[in-house]
Design a protein around this ligand. Sequence first.
Ligand code: SAH
Length: 239
Amino acid sequence: MKKNIRIVLINTSHPGNIGAVARAMKVMHLSSLYLVEPKSFPCAEATARASGADDVLASAVVCKSLPEALAGCRLVIGTSARSRSIAWPLLTPRECAEKLTGESAHGDVALVFGREHSGMTNEELECCHELVNIPSNPEYSSLNLAAAVQILAYELMLAQGATQPEAEVRELATADEMESFYTHLETTLTELQFLDANHPRKLMRRLRRLFNRAEPDKTEMNILRGILSAAQGRKLKQK
Ligand code: SAH
């Protein structure tokens, strides 16, 4: 759970949306929810919509003002469903996630969401360093609050994965191991009379393309060689 990335919701009217946001956060490893003057909280409807993310709701911090929710944050990014009259630097969801993730390594950061009907006020936007917009249909650009949280939280999860070392390095079969395999494969297919040396058509070339595309690792290569040897053994017994 990423504790130092805050999701801040301003004046949410529908408690169901708060619950849906808690759920959207938890599935993406986020847990810090800040609520600025929610209309109704705690509320049974929020708990119902959280479906299991009650812990995120239980630890939610209720604040009287946006500055209170942002106290201690080194980077604040606001969300905008539309282009504004004053040009703000607009980030894409991916850029936003990368910035927040990078800064969260050094302290608290916040991603701020507006009201269902009217978004964020100019005064609230002025509390933000930058704004993020989720690209959408220009004729109908406003997502449901929890849907917007879901998309940006997903990008945050991806950005965190990108900064972690790769889980497992696959030991791929080397070029010479692949060549020995192809020789073994060709011999076996000939013994099985699947491949006719006088009319090879393009079989070996097609099989090479297939196995090269799979980029087999050493263990997989051993399995394939084992299968070929087993097939050769059967053929010998039949003779
Ligand atoms: N009518 C409002 C839209 C509010 S939608 C307006 O024009 O601002 C509720 C909240 O969901 C927004 O304040 C924002 O936080 C988020 N949201 C909805 N659509 C979004 C989008 N396309 N990009 C970024 N955030 C969005």
